[in-house]
Design a protein around this ligand. Structure first.
Ligand code: RB5
Length: 201
């Protein structure tokens, strides 16, 4: 059986040594510590540093949300996320459902835990995204609404009404939504009822 032993701090390297049982027993009995040579029971991990993968956040907008989306993509990057920009890629007129479907599908399938959508009012995007089981797309026009959408509603898609927000407001809403945890408890029961009852249950 493998057991772990601490490496000497003098090495200056982050080091974990897994030694075989006899070496460990030897240390307990006060015998001089024998540095294990490489054998099949010995594993050295020198200076290994595991970096967490950045969360991928799919984001989509129609022409009305295009400009604010560009700003939010940059913001997500600077916050350490990995935005997945699903379009639109210009302010040319497009149909919003295409983008809502792309983002909502990813969240519904569990490919990404959360996503962001933007259109003029936020309404069309939320109509489309909320057709997917497990998707809770919340239109938020202030940080307070974004906060409650997360805390009480566990909103996994943020929808921004881009024609009614400036960039600063959009960024503040995004940050609040990203940073607010779901409160659970009675809210979890109510959210479960959305899927458990109703026409599609
Ligand atoms: C596009 O003109 C507009 O209808 C759309 O952005 C959105 O507001 C729909 O809900």
């Amino acid at each position: 059986m493998l057991q772990s032993a601490r490496a000497p701090a003098s090495s200056g390297m982050s080091k974990t040594i897994l030694t075989s049982e006899p070496t460990r027993r030897g240390m307990r009995e006060g015998k001089p510590r024998r540095r294990p040579t490489v054998n099949r029971f010995t594993l050295f991990i020198r200076g290994a540093r595991l970096e967490p993968m950045p969360e991928v956040i799919p984001i989509g907008a129609d022409h009305a949300g295009f400009e604010l989306k560009q700003r939010l993509v940059k913001e997500l990057e600077s916050l350490g996320f990995q935005p997945l920009d699903l379009g639109a890629y210009s302010a040319e007129s497009v149909d919003y459902p295409e983008f809502a479907h792309q983002v909502a599908e990813r969240v519904a399938r569990g490919e990404n835990p959360r996503g962001v959508l933007l259109c003029g009012t936020g309404l069309g995007m939320s109509y489309a995204a909320n057709r997917y089981h497990g998707v809770r797309a919340a239109v938020a026009w202030s940080p307070e609404i974004a906060h409650l959408a997360r805390e009480h509603g566990d909103a996994n898609v943020l929808v921004l009404p881009a024609r009614f927000l400036n960039e600063e407001q959009g960024v503040a809403i995004l940050k609040e939504w990203l940073n607010t945890p779901f409160a659970g408890g009675r809210h979890a029961r109510r959210i479960a009822q959305i899927e458990e009852t109703g026409p599609d249950a």
